[in-house]
Design a protein around this ligand. Structure first.
Ligand code: ZN
Length: 161
């Protein structure tokens, strides 16, 4: 028997203004993307913006539904659009911002487990890490890749006998 440990590292910025310009502009895209949100139930408007390797920015927002499981997260919406419309491009970073009553949340809002799973598979599909930028008023968290968000995740390799 062996005891193993998994650790992750990430950057914490004091706010959006402290980010490098490229990351800050992607966060602004995510904030703007939240305006496309349909969230009549939670009133929690989430926006996600994915930067592709050719500079294209793909935006997504959460879309809720009266049948709750039918809704979609902002990250999943953006990623699905990205894969469907820019299949040959690689996602290099994703910014996520949540607005409550039209105001960016104080703390960063991380993606749910389902979205983490999808983002990790996209990293594996393209062979390129996706930087994660989680924006809040009082702080921004930046991780080098999505795999860090979900250690020991289920992957395609688990399906191979
Ligand atoms: Zn999600």
């Amino acid at each position: 028997m062996k005891k193993r440990e998994i650790s992750i590292s990430f950057l914490e910025y004091t706010g959006i203004d402290e980010l490098p310009e490229s990351d800050r502009s992607l966060v602004e895209e995510a904030i703007n993307a939240a305006s496309g949100s349909y969230a009549p139930y939670s009133h929690f408007n989430v926006g996600a913006a994915i930067m592709l390797d050719d500079g294209t920015v793909v935006r997504g927002a959460n879309v809720e539904n009266a049948a709750f499981p039918s809704g979609s997260c902002a990250e999943k919406t953006a990623l699905s659009y990205s894969v469907a419309n820019h299949h040959d491009k690689k996602a290099v970073s994703i910014a996520i911002a949540a607005l409550s009553e039209g105001v960016l949340t104080d703390q960063p809002v991380p993606p749910c487990g389902n979205c983490r799973q999808m983002l990790i598979e996209e990293e594996q599909r393209t062979g390129h890490p996706i930087k994660v930028i989680l924006a809040g008023q009082s702080g921004v968290t930046v991780l080098d890749n999505c795999q860090s968000l979900m250690p020991l995740s289920f992957t395609r390799s688990n399906l191979v006998k």
